[in-house]
Design a protein around this ligand. Sequence first.
Ligand code: EPU
Length: 419
Amino acid sequence: MDKLVIEGGFPLYGEISISGAKNAALPLMAATLLSSGTHTLHNVPDLRDTRTMNKLLESFGVMRKESDNGTLRLNADNIKNLEASYDLVKTMRASVLVLGPLLARFKKARVSLPGGCAIGARPINFHLQALKQMGATLTLTDGYVEAEVTDRLIGTTVYFDIPSVTGTENILMAASLAKGTTVIKNAAREPEIENLIQMLKSMGAKIEGVGTDKLTIHGVDQLQAAENTIIPDRIEAGTYLIAVGATGGNITLNNCNPSHLPSLLDKLRVAGLEIEEGDNYIKAASNGSIRNIDIKTLPYPGFPTDLQAQIMALMTLTNGLSVIHETIFENRFMHVAELVRMGADIKVDGRSAIVKGRGELNGTRVMATDLRASASLVVAALAAKGVTHISRIYHLERGYDNLAAKLTNLGAKIQQMKE
Ligand code: EPU
């Protein structure tokens, strides 16, 4: 297993390019199951999770052609298997995104339940309840959801108690091929959902309400293959912006969309960063002196839970008190104990973390249990005094394309080596 060794204290300077968004690539790849013909997807990031999705699609019989520049061609003409196995689903919860498309097009699917997760229970009951309302018969056998529909899924009105991201995506895909009209109320509004809707529309789907929490989908009999581009990864961009706050310096992120990061950019400005937003770039400068701010994670356009761990690392470097409230997941503070090992003063009280900034962190050996927790340790290590060894970096490889190379380009002292 590899680890990252980071010598902290070097400001970040220079330009890097942001990759395609993991959380957009995964649903768009799953959506290729909805039709025959060859789909073309551009700007697909090279990540452990996109490779897992490729393996999963391959296990159904999807043919794939990849090129070095992030273009992926997928063809689901000859589907021979409708089962998503536990071995693949357990390594990536987003595998559940194949349930809606398989059921809608092939009337049948068998998908392993994902099981527990390091950041919370993360059930999929909203996905299942909505498919049931659309006429699917669902049974739970041996840890698998077996879904079946006699003719076609039937359009209906679905209300989500919480605006679930993958729940909205699964039902959008299923409803596109259903008979009649489906309305999703309290739908998630993340930019990744807009990207999926754009793809479904290019395939011939009829969807109204894009960008709102009420989506209306008029089902069609058939969809066609199309060409689409994955949006830039707002969480990757956000992680580098937070990193320059931690180290000081001046960076430019190219190929990104600042309008997808409204809450973070505002918060970072209050924390003292200078930020310039262009059409497809963000420039950020910091003298390394950061003001304490409070954060509450919320569904989009609120502050993303996927940047909570990273902003907490930044707050440990202030000289004030910061309250970070996590409202999306019940157990997303696994990075706290590791940041404390680096000298941070953080107390967790239920869903709130109280960070008493001490102005500095110290390098040591740390490891994390999930993707964004690992990213927060990278931010912390870049700013810490001395050397930090971060183990279990396979978590980072799930969601950050070329992290070490990009940080090296910005002047960080970072090396990937065997444990
Ligand atoms: N929830 C339920 N039942 C459901 C679905 C969700 O109770 O059937 C709850 C969850 O337990 C959670 C809340 O609703 O408390 C929101 O969860 P959501 O369904 O929106 O999360 P997700 O779709 O499983 C996606 C991202 C996550 C990101 C969350 C929140 C993908 C592939 N994953 O997960 O990304 O944190 O939305 O924005 O899009 C990451 O990239 O590191 C990551 C975890």
